[in-house]
Structures are given as structure tokens and as C-alpha cells.
Design a protein around this ligand. Sequence first.
Ligand SMILES: *Cc1c(COP(=O)(O)O)cnc(C)c1O
Length: 398
Amino acid sequence: MSENKKTTLIHAGRNKEWTHGSVNPPVQRASTIVFDTVAEKHRAMVNRADKTLFYGRRGTTTHFAFQDAMTQVEGGVGCALYPCGTAAITNAILSFVQAGDHILMVDTCYEPTRDFCEVILKKMGVETTYYDPLIGEDIRSLIRPETKILFTESPGSVTMEVQDIPTLAAIAHEHDMIVMLDNTWGAGVNFSPFDHGVDISVQAATKYIVGHSDVMLGTAVTHEKYWDQLREQSYLMGQCISPDDAYLGLRGLRTLDVRLKQHAESSLTIAKWLAEHPLVDHVRHPALESCPGHEFFKRDFKGGNGLFSFVLKSSCPRATTALLDGMTHFSMGYSWGGFESLILANEPKSFNALRTVSNPDFPGTLIRLHIGLEDVNDLIADLELGLKRYQEILAEEK
Ligand SMILES: *Cc1c(COP(=O)(O)O)cnc(C)c1O
């Protein structure tokens, strides 16, 4: 694609066949598609995997528009749609493994991804080995003849380690493995998966693509080699989404670039402010040197967003509660990627229960922020007061 990504985000998926001449495609609801002739029905049957109306589960023109747009934005030849990001991850993996296989999973993966490996893959006789997100070339030592998939997520969930995807992908490809990436943080525009050796890029479109905290949605974009198998096996597992959700995913793409720029600008301002705060041990924002793998962020990413973490020098649950309970603009809530700011705290021991080979050695509580689109000065003032409440309780407890 020669045009700028910004332009692609505006035009992607808007050909007349899907829009019927309006700016946006209509929401086409359908289970049954009807045919007037045997020849028409036959044509639909033959082309049912390729953007041809056949039956609701294969999608309607609203879905086709969103699928087209996602492949134009991320690259690759096709995009499978799922009712949430977790379904995209699990179906991408399930479409390519069988009993006796082995996969390599990054230790800092999204928590439900790990639970899926431990419960579902284990039950199927597929073994998972977790690897340090910063393992680099040493990944070689974990590859076995039966290793099928290298699964990556960069930056890692909560602790934000940025992975050296091109190095890992090159080694995996020497062994005919499939390289999958949870590209939710990169949002398809800040990290171009197919330029860095990824074979299948999965996203929780729930986050930045939808961008308004009101839809659950998953996508998996793949290059030619894996498209048929991913599409057909996900179809066999019954994966499909409503046209309303496809429509909202598509609408989110139009403003993705400007939203991300504002999230990124505000989050970097706040990260730098936190880095100077006396209660803060270090900040894990990919655009700052204090984030593990920062060099890979600088080399491989085109921009940032609003999600990062920072680690306090101390762990004091009562002080943390005072900080969290009194926030004005930051709410506590899972997920991220919407227009609003969010805050969550994690005690070091809660991490150590989740990680097996890359347990972080933090002196205190980790706080994850999602910086929304509010005025950055309001957010800093809110955090300043929160850290003051924290400090007061900490002083009492000493
Ligand atoms: C939220 C999230 C998911 C899961 O997405 P859902 O739509 O909530 O199922 C997967 N990966 C990452 C990195 C996420 O943040």
C-alpha cells in the first residue's frame, strides 16, 4: 500500500458494492439469504468463502466492508471476525493445533490466553511452554519438532515488555512454525505485523478499534498461507458477529489515528510526570527508556497510545485503596482503549502468581493507567491528589 495509513483508515472498506453510494455501508441484518434461481444459489455456494452473500454466518455486506478495511489497514489477505478478542486468540490457535502439538506462549500474555492454554489446550493434549518476553535468540532452545506456534504479545499485558518480534519470527520460520501476535496495543496502525514477520495478527478490536467501550469484538488478519485454514476452521467452530458490531468496528477505524495520537501525547506527558514523582520507582511506558524492550519500540512501532503502567516504591494496600477510591477522572474497570481514563492496581504477589519464567521483582504496587481523551492537566491534577492521599496513609502506617 503506497498511501499513508491515515488515508487508508478513512477510505478502507468503502467501495460502492458495500456502501451502495452512502458514505457508510448500511447495517445488513441477515440469517437467510434467498436465491431466485438454481444458478444464483450455485454461484453463492461456490463463492461463499469470498465476500459473497450465502448465509448469515458467512457474513453480510457490512461484515465484508469491515473485513476489507481490516486487511487494508493491517495488511494480509483476509480477516476473520470473532465475538471478542479472546475468541480471536483461541480460535486462531485452535485452527492450527492437534493432539501432540506444542506451542510457545509469551509469559506476559493476556491472562485469559494463559488460562486457555492451561485448561483447553491441556485437555486436548497440546502442551504449552511459556517463554520470557525478552528471550530473543534463546527462543531456539525451546523449539521442539512438534512445536507448531510461536505466540507473541507486544508490549506484554500489564508489565509492558516490548518483544523483538522480527528476531523471534525469523527463528520460528526456520522451523516452519506459525507466528501469531496479539496486536491489540499496536491497534493495527502503530505496529505493522506483516512487515515484522508475523503470520497471523489478532486484536481485541474491543479496545482501540471500537474505541468507545461499548462493543466486544475480535479480529484475526492473516497472510495468504494461513487464510483458508483460519477462515474455514473458525467457521466450523461457529464464529460470527452481529452486523451492528461490524459497523461499529468500521466506524471506529475512521477516527483511530487521531484518537491514538491524543492518547499517546497525553500518556507520554503523564508518564514523564510520574517518572519524576518521589513515590514512583519506575514507569513502564514503551516510549520511555525505563520500559523493558524500549529499543524494539523505537525500532518497530510508529506511535504509542494511552496504556502504560508505573511501579510504586512501596506496597501498602490501605494507601492504594485511598488513592483509588478518591479518583475523580479515573475509574476502575477492566479493558481499555475507550475515550475514558481508567486505573487498576496490582500487588507484586498477584503477578508472581501469573508468571512462571519472567517474574518481575518490583519493590511495590504496580498501577496500570489508561489515559483517555480528557484534558491532560485535569488527569495530572487527579493523579497528584491521589498520590497525596497515598502518601498520607503511608506516613500513618510507618
Ligand atoms: C482485552 C484484551 C484481550 C481480550 O479481548 P476481549 O475482547 O475482552 O475478549 C486480548 N488481548 C489483550 C492484549 C487485551 O487487552
